[in-house]
Design a protein around this ligand. Sequence first.
Ligand code: GTP
Ligand code: MG
Length: 447
Amino acid sequence: MFSTDDTIVAIATPAGRGGIGVLRVSGSQAREIAESILVRTSPLAPRHATFTRVRSAQGGVVDDVIATWFPAPRSYTGEDVVEVSAHGSPAVLAAILEALIRRGGRLARPGEFTLRAYLNGRLDLVQAEAVADLIDAATPMQARVAFDQLEGSLSGRIRTIDDELLDLVASLEASLDFPDEGFHFITPNHLVPRIDAVIANLDAVLAQAARGRLIREGATVVIVGRPNVGKSSLFNALVGQERAIVTAWAGTTRDLVTERVELAGLEMTLVDTAGLRETLEGVEREGVARARQACTVADLVLAVLDGGAALTEEDQRLVDEVRSQRHVVAANKSDVDPVWDLPGAVRVSALTREGLEDLRRAIVEALTGTEPLQDTAAVTNIRHVTLLAEARVALQQGRDAAALHAAPEEFVLADLHAARGSLSEVVGVGTSEEILNRIFERFCVGK
Ligand SMILES: Nc1nc2c(ncn2[C@@H]2O[C@H](COP(=O)(O)OP(=O)(O)OP(=O)(O)O)[C@@H](O)[C@H]2O)c(=O)[nH]1
Ligand SMILES: [Mg+2]
């Protein structure tokens, strides 16, 4: 079991120097331990920033700090918490940390403050996970979605679905408990449409999952095509700097070249690859193998063709190949007189940058559809998606049993209970310690 009876301490700000560095102390002894290193006579007042000095474990003065005591339960963890803001020097922070440990604090494990907040009911599991996502957010959209979840938007939607289920379960159980009333609290005819309504609500949440995950995880876009069609030139144009080597010779790019870019608020990993061709030469052949490998993990394949030269059999094969996955076809070198026209291909010139915006838009649209992303994403986390999908399977099973009329109501009830079990696991009711460990491992120390 997780121990919560000791008092944990950690540096909460990132490693390295900064204007301010913050230490956190949480637990029943938090105030006593913190006060024992402060040079002052009166006790800390609740929620009051106090300017004071701290002493090291050896007793020397270390720094002037601001100490704030947040009495339980109105603190981040729900326990007594003291935050100490010192000057952000690694040496100063280490000395204060050592003094706190010497006085009885235990160094916190990653995520342990947030774990305690969850165990003390300050946050549900979705919100706790959102804390980690918010800290990890690299794009404004990632930050917004994480903050929404931290505020409880997703937890609220799940609770609403669960409330409807609870209503249904209560009616069904009443019917079973009072069979002699000769009266059903809910008739089978009413049962099916009500389960359908719950399924529809669940589907609305799940429908956004792919887009939500895209926001949270970003997308990998792999650029492929024949040698010399301008893959590296387009890669550089999309990245906005001369990252990959461009030459007039076929077979320039050998290894994978990777760069992160933000497109329409989405985090993307762009991958430039070696030109696809049958080749006997060692390094290039390895490059082609890597290009093909990269395609298998791509969220989107950008197939580049030379718009200024006749289409070859290889081009045709490539276009056929990428059709089986999410893709965009670009006809590069649009500054050269076009010699062919392929419906659906985006005309672009890496040289003049003409059509580059169209290409960006085509990539984002292929990934997200045409609706704007901002207002739709609620589920972003694969753990949530998996559990919601499990709940849906159970509901569908219950619905089908109810529709048959022949099935006893107990069967339907069992399915509804199973669905509720999955829903509550999303927010962290009945979540196993192993899963909790895996979730909180992701956090940094001090959070
Ligand atoms: N006219 C014109 N030339 C281009 C354009 N894009 C690339 N080129 C030229 O095409 C040649 C090949 O460009 P790269 O970007 O190296 O092509 P690549 O597909 O990466 O080639 P490999 O790495 O060898 O497979 C270079 O001489 C580029 O200057 C374009 O839009 N218009
Ligand atoms: Mg190249």
